[in-house]
Design a protein around this ligand. Sequence first.
Ligand code: HPA
Length: 293
Amino acid sequence: MSTLAQRISETQAFLASRRAERPGVALILGSGFAELAEAVDARCVLAYKDIPHFAATSVAGHAGRLLLGRWRGVEVAMFEGRSHFYEGLALQQVAYPSYIAKELGAQALIVTNAAGAINADYEPGDVMLVTDHINLIGDSPLRGPQDGGVGIRFPSMRNAYDPALLNAARRAAAACKVRLREGVYAAVAGPMYETEAELRMLQTLGADAVGMSTVPEVIAARHAGLRVLALSVISNRASPSPDATVASGIVADEAPAAHRGHDVDHEDVQATVKRSAHKARAVIEGVLDELAG
Ligand code: HPA
């Protein structure tokens, strides 16, 4: 089997033969963010299944295509749809777009996702700037041999979310009047949603939001030396039930509905993201304007 470095260079050669312009910014979109893809003046659109060494995504609502083109005067590579650990892939494969972004010449990576709100102040439809993360997937895209000089063995993850890009996002949100939350994103393996006990654990650990993506791509991007910005759209409440007896499950059926915790549904998650993606789009466009200017 070829090394990671060999695969990256084969993918890169294929993509370079399709479009010569080097992207300054790469984006990886979660499901429900099609509106962002529509904003791109795409000069070249490629299905993941046609790109060497790319994993086609199997999740409903994840498009699985790469758009190369321009957005707000910035040359971009947009990965519309991602793959996930829960699909059975190795994290190195999940994070592969980050390495390709770097190889194509991007300096920055912008990632979007849907996340459940552990923080009880957050509401569905809110946009959260990811200021830090907790990796609870139990694995890393960097596990395995150091093949072919991609990054270093023990990269730092301090300031993984670029301070200058965070500030640019804050300015952009203020300018377009989007209420921006800021918090810690915890990545879990999924695909099941959390138990009450897990939600209490996540709250204790200091997570504000929980999701099943993003962190593998961010780790690989930092490994490759990309600057990173990540935005979560809060798709559902995931704060633990305030009632301890309900939390323990003893009288859950008799508890008033409002205290019964919040059940999550993939369709609701997607619908909420779709309704609110325009806010993430406005913030990202402001950031791109700064990068272009
Ligand atoms: N938990 C985990 N992942 C998620 C959630 C959630 O509540 N919402 C969207 N992705």
